[in-house]
Write a protein that binds this ligand. Structure first.
Ligand code: GLN
Length: 256
């Protein structure tokens, strides 16, 4: 009888242990306090790599600052721009900070914070290029590049390829704007369409110049998974507490 009881007791113990291990194994990896920011680090001054390979920039400092003040630990992941929304939807990242324009299409897939920056598109060419445009639509006569999935690429698709006479072959899509600008400098394409503040940053460092502004009136927002209202509210509060302060001005002066 005694032996039987011991056997029973040890079976119960094994069972309890197994349940305990199972219950905790799901939690081991999860750090409640960690937030992963996803970005596409090819978009200076908003997000780019410094010489040591660290991801820095206006968006990164801003978003990290807000999250760290809230007590979160933050990790930044570099992902191609058109994979950012799928990565957010599948939970690989928690926040997109990538100079992402708030658009109706994207609003159906993610939740955006209040806007934190306004921008238009622009046309970037090599310095001294003889591209001659009476208006922006004349760009249809040239070879053009943009980053896949961006509002710059959408502008080319809608206005030059869709509504103009530009052959689809004359439009090259790139994983990153860094590659598009490299192809521009190597004269494989004649123009790049991209957000104006970023075109200005490229023009300040490379032999390229802006020849035209395309007024699109875009607003950038941070994005979270649909329905993640807690994080959305925290970010909105953080943004409204930050914008217009001394800290905000320092951020602007550092990067623009
Ligand atoms: N603002 C543009 C967009 O949202 C470009 C963003 C980017 O390339 N990082 O599509």
């Amino acid at each position: 009888m005694k032996i039987k009881t011991n056997k029973l007791m040890s079976s119960i113990l094994v069972f309890v242990l197994a349940v305990t291990v199972l219950a905790f194994s799901g939690c081991v990896e999860e750090d409640e306090n960690k937030v992963i920011i996803g970005t596409s680090a090819d978009f200076p001054p908003f997000e780019y790599m410094d010489d040591d390979g660290n991801i820095i920039g206006f968006d990164i400092d801003m978003t990290k600052g807000i999250l760290e003040d809230l007590g979160y630990t933050v990790e930044v992941k570099d992902i191609t721009f058109d994979s950012l929304i799928p990565s957010l939807q599948t939970g690989k990242i928690d926040v997109i900070a990538a100079a992402m324009t708030i658009t109706a299409d994207r609003e159906e897939q993610v939740d955006f914070t209040d806007p934190y920056y306004e921008a238009d598109q622009s046309i970037l060419v090599v310095e001294g290029s003889n591209i001659d445009l009476e208006n922006t639509i004349d760009l249809q006569n040239y070879t053009v590049g943009a980053q896949t999935g961006t509002t710059g690429a959408a502008w080319v698709e809608e206005n030059l390829v869709g509504n103009g006479t530009m052959s689809a072959q004359n439009f090259s899509r790139y994983d990153t704007y860094t590659l598009a600008v490299l192809d521009l400098i190597n004269e494989n394409i004649e123009a790049v369409v991209l957000d104006k503040p970023v075109a200005e940053a490229f023009a300040a460092n490379k032999e390229v110049e802006i020849i035209e502004t395309i007024i699109t009136g875009e607003s950038y927002g941070l994005a979270v998974q649909e329905g993640n209202t807690d994080l959305l509210e925290e970010l909105n509060q953080g943004l409204s507490d930050l914008i217009g302060t001394e800290e905000w001005n320092t951020l602007v002066e550092t990067y623009f």
